[in-house]
Design a protein around this ligand. Sequence first.
Ligand SMILES: [Zn+2]
Length: 111
Amino acid sequence: MTCKVIQQNNYMCGRLTYQNEERCHIHIRKWIQMRLEALGIIKKYPRKIGEIESGLNLIRSTDPNYKDKYGYNIIHKGVLASNINLIQQGIKIGVDVNGSLILKNILHCIL
Ligand SMILES: [Zn+2]
């Protein structure tokens, strides 16, 4: 999959996405900074891979709107990995499962 960020010249970025994310390794940096700011977490602009990874981990575990390029959020990941802690973390941060029948059914079975 490729990055769908529209650039200043009105072209879609089109670079390969960074791992399982929706954005490429360039556009994900600015996005991480903006998401963390929106969550009230102020961090410097992530430049190194380690900074990108830690920023992403922070967003995955605190942003209820986070999903990867496959549309999976923290609860999906928890279900796929049979990891109750991830699922509970997802519920704690308020991931919206109302829109997803599949998630609702899964949660009904687990909880
Ligand atoms: Zn991009």
